[in-house]
Design a protein around this ligand. Structure first.
Ligand code: FES
Length: 122
């Protein structure tokens, strides 16, 4: 298993580190780039697992096409990490397999009751 990050910053570029949380651990990453680029440069090589086989996945296209970079960012699931600028203090979690309906519904701010019907009740 590779331990060296495949992505490295361009030498001579102005670099500043910021702290984020990844899977519950504090991680210092380079700022002024996407979440995907920052995590890859920090050595993170596994972003999620597939719902069917559980195979590990990591960013591939880095331009919003492949959806291999999906992460939970600040409580919002299925964010394309290659399109989200990294910010200090972000809470980032990898996504494991298929998500439960409760997790999706809770993350969207809903409740377990059908509020649409309730709002139309007299
Ligand atoms: S890496 Fe392909 S959509 Fe993000």
């Amino acid at each position: 298993m590779p331990t060296e990050p495949l992505f490295r910053p361009i030498s001579g570029a102005t670099e500043s580190f910021i702290d984020v949380e990844f899977d519950g651990r504090r991680l210092a990453v380079l700022g002024q780039r996407s979440v995907a680029a920052a995590l890859l440069a920090a050595g993170v090589s596994r972003f999620r697992s597939t719902p069917v086989s559980g195979a590990p996945r990591a960013p591939y296209c880095m331009m919003g096409v492949c959806f291999e970079c999906l992460l939970e960012i600040d409580g919002v699931a299925n964010r394309q990490a290659c399109l989200v600028p990294v910010q200090p203090g972000m809470k980032i979690r990898s996504q494991e397999g298929a998500r439960s309906w409760e997790a999706i519904h809770t993350a969207s701010g809903g409740s377990n009751e059908n509020t649409t019907e309730d709002s139309h009740a007299a």
